[in-house]
Design a protein around this ligand. Sequence first.
Ligand SMILES: Cc1cc2nc3c(=O)[nH]c(=O)nc-3n(C[C@H](O)[C@H](O)[C@H](O)COP(=O)(O)OP(=O)(O)OC[C@H]3O[C@@H](n4cnc5c(N)ncnc54)[C@H](O)[C@@H]3O)c2cc1C
Length: 457
Amino acid sequence: MNTSANATPHITLIGAGLAGALLATLLARAGWRVDVYEKRGDPRLKGYQGGRSINLALAERGRHALRLAGADEAVMAQAVMMRGRMVHFLDGRTDLQRYGRDDSEVIWSVHRGELNLILLQIAQDAGANLHFHRGLSGVDFDARIARFRDDRDGSEHEVAFDSLVGADGAGSALRAAMGEVADLGERTEFLGHSYKELEIPPARDGGFSIEPNALHIWPRGRYMCIALPNDERTFTVTLFLPNQGDPSFETIRDGADARALFQRDFADALPLIPELERDFERNPAGLLATLYLERWHLDDRAVLLGDAAHAMVPFHGQGMNCAFEDCVALAERLLAGGDRGDAFAAFQRQRLPSARAIQAMALENYLEMRDRVDDDDYLLQRALERELAQRHPERFMPRYAMVTFHRMPYEVAFDRGQRQRELLVELTRGHDSLDSLDWDAVDATVRARLDPLPADA
Ligand SMILES: Cc1cc2nc3c(=O)[nH]c(=O)nc-3n(C[C@H](O)[C@H](O)[C@H](O)COP(=O)(O)OP(=O)(O)OC[C@H]3O[C@@H](n4cnc5c(N)ncnc54)[C@H](O)[C@@H]3O)c2cc1C
């Protein structure tokens, strides 16, 4: 059965995670017939199966996509505002480094499980057919038949398709199936660092035990801890360590090692994490890697998006935001009509350079977060950056703001960011305070070197 015989277009999505559920909504709302196949059970029946409270930073790109899907209000009802980075120095001092100019430029901590539940419900309400316990196990691209396995009884199910969309995450089964029939130019670069999640419970009075409206960072050079607030008054702490060296996941092996590390390096966080040993020993260490593909689609038969196409390290908090932007871009191409193979090719042409740019910025941000946020040169450059953004709002915008509060293509933000950084290094060289700068010369340099920002900014 080829479903394209019907007048209403039909599409088959693999994965009902964040991107799958959002894309299903965008297409179903436009009148498409959408079937979504998800490996796991329906989280709305048993509660989110992830168990632990894991949160994500939601920024403007993601919010824009949620607005288009009619999901923004429901998601924002449980989001916690983060105004900036609260840096925790080794000596216990803290410093809030604002992300933006004011509370209109902030990011939001959202609960991954809750977000998924909201998106699934909205997708279903929009008319998408959700099929759970259907893990993609193989594809016959010539016959356009996808095979799914039910993890409860091992049964196999075959489904005819017009086109498949792989929203099945970093370990994508669809990508593997496509890779068997075409060279996708796949390459994975491991960071050599991993992470573990720990939890700060509510304070005795039921409130947050540290400042709730911030993303907390304990930068320690080669490694760091971060903590994001949850609406149930907890914080999810993520410890990032190298895989080898000292300290690393090789030397910090059990709860006692973790306690000793915290006593030495994260002393103010230690009393906040009463179950440190249990969390450390029970929670798995997650690997961090960047996935590069040269090719995201197989003519009109299959296309990849989100983590399946371009998994990245989490240090810009943009993986989901980027995946949501992919959904909007792909939906626009598909809804414009015309040949699907052309739509997939145009989607790849538009989004692959954007994905590469945010992947690179995410890697750079790791260095910045763990090593630079407490460094004097960096702080002076940041101070100048803030000043220039005020003096020349039409020309100078911090890269973080371009990525986080605006929707200009990531590659534009990357390119301008590089040029701005060169300027900041150049203008602060030999100075240890902004007071000694010649502002007329600074302003002239900015005007000469940076053209006005694109309109979308
Ligand atoms: C530690 C960490 C912190 C992060 N923090 C942030 C952040 O702050 N902000 C941000 O924007 N991003 C963040 N990210 C990235 C973000 O989690 C991902 O980019 C996002 O989840 C990608 O969405 P997705 O829908 O492509 O994949 P996923 O969310 O992984 O969804 C994939 C779905 O496919 C299903 N599936 C898998 N295999 C199959 C199969 N064979 N058949 C059918 N279904 C299948 C899965 O069960 C899942 O439901 C973080 C990531 C990590 C690891």
